[in-house]
Design a protein around this ligand. Structure first.
Ligand code: GLU
Length: 334
């Protein structure tokens, strides 16, 4: 009798395990949004998108309002940044990613870093915040402009990050290579602030939305750092030669001790996907953000200026994904 009881309970346990696996498999489809360093704005962007999607799903589960399908669940892990994200989407590892407008352009056109590796299936979903390209230098380094970086220790960014690529484009425009600096480091965006604060580097280059907590830390730590101006004919040449660049200003007072505007050039952060991702999923992600827009904008101060009508065109050089177009047409944005 004892044997029979334990056989029955073993069967029940097996049944419970199997059925819970089947119900997960049937009810949820997981997907990934590639972001950037944990202290950047991309990480917040990816997680805000997931939050809006899950919020719609929960609303439906509770029958409070007409929400989206509950079958999709997303994660937005910290990654190496723009080019890493685009590469992972190309390889089918990520379904979405946040990427700078310059790298969206180069990936879909097979230019710059993407020469010979063109990703023709790259698709745009919408753009988000502005990302001025910033060179932050410690007070002690006395760096005031690009020329001042000569003979200094500079973090040029981790391979795969958007800033690494944009820094290289800027260096090309300035006619210099790594030997212009005393030495270069390849720290990630979350490591570079500590290195600057500890006096291990004189400056770092970073394309990031503002205001940003990590930059405030650079401004207030022992380095008393500030963003330098990136202006002059070479920068003008960069901007006029490409639609994905624009003049950008970080207004004085954005950060503690920042007494002057920092004038530079910048890109847009954009959300991208692949033509192979289903119309349904892209439609649902687009809808979740657009229909919870005030909540989405409240997720980060860098989103304060977002306007739907600009998000569907600014900084987008890859074709819009049909799933996104379906939503934009449905609500009359297009
Ligand atoms: N623009 C950076 C990149 O493409 C990321 C900035 C952020 O994490 O907010 O790698």
């Amino acid at each position: 009798m004892k044997k029979i009881t334990s056989l029955i309970s073993a069967f029940l346990v097996m049944f419970a395990i199997t059925s819970s696996f089947t119900s997960i498999a049937k009810s949820a489809e997981f997907f990934t949004i590639g972001t950037g360093g944990p202290t950047g704005v991309y990480f917040q962007t990816g997680n805000a998108i997931c939050k809006m999607l899950h919020k719609q799903a929960i609303a439906k589960e509770h029958g409070r309002k007409k929400g989206i399908d509950t079958a999709y669940r997303c994660t937005a892990p910290s990654t190496g940044g723009s080019n890493y994200n685009i590469g992972q989407i190309k390889d089918g590892e990520f379904q979405f990613g946040v990427a700078q407008s310059d790298w969206q352009y180069h990936a879909v056109n097979g230019s710059s870093k993407w020469k010979g590796k063109k990703f023709g299936n790259l698709r745009a979903v919408f753009s988000v915040h502005n990302e001025p390209f910033q060179i932050w230098a410690s007070k002690k380094s006395k760096v005031k402009d690009f020329k001042g970086l000569k003979g200094k220790t500079v973090n040029i960014g981790n391979p795969g990050s958007g800033q690494r690529g944009t820094m290289e484009e800027l260096m090309k425009a300035m006619g210099v290579d790594n030997s212009y600096f005393k030495s270069t480091t390849e720290l990630t965006s979350s490591e570079q602030v500590k290195a600057l604060c500890d006096g291990k580097i004189d400056a770092f280059g970073y394309s990031v939305g503002f205001p940003n907590g990590a930059m405030e830390q650079a401004a207030t730590c022992g380095a008393k750092a500030s963003p330098i101006n990136l202006t002059g004919s070479q920068v003008k040449g960069l901007i006029s030669g490409a639609d994905y660049y624009a003049k950008a200003v970080i207004p004085k007072g954005t950060y503690s001790n920042q007494k002057k505007d920092a004038t530079t050039f910048g890109v847009k952060a954009t959300v991208v996907t692949s033509a192979t991702v289903s119309d349904e999923l892209v439609y649902l992600v687009t809808k979740a953000v657009m229909e919870n827009f005030d909540d989405f904008k409240a997720q980060h101060p860098a989103f304060g200026f977002l306007e739907k009508k600009n998000m569907i065109k600014d900084g987008l050089s890859a074709p819009l994904h049909p799933g996104a177009i379906k939503y934009y047409k449905e609500v009359g944005l297009m």
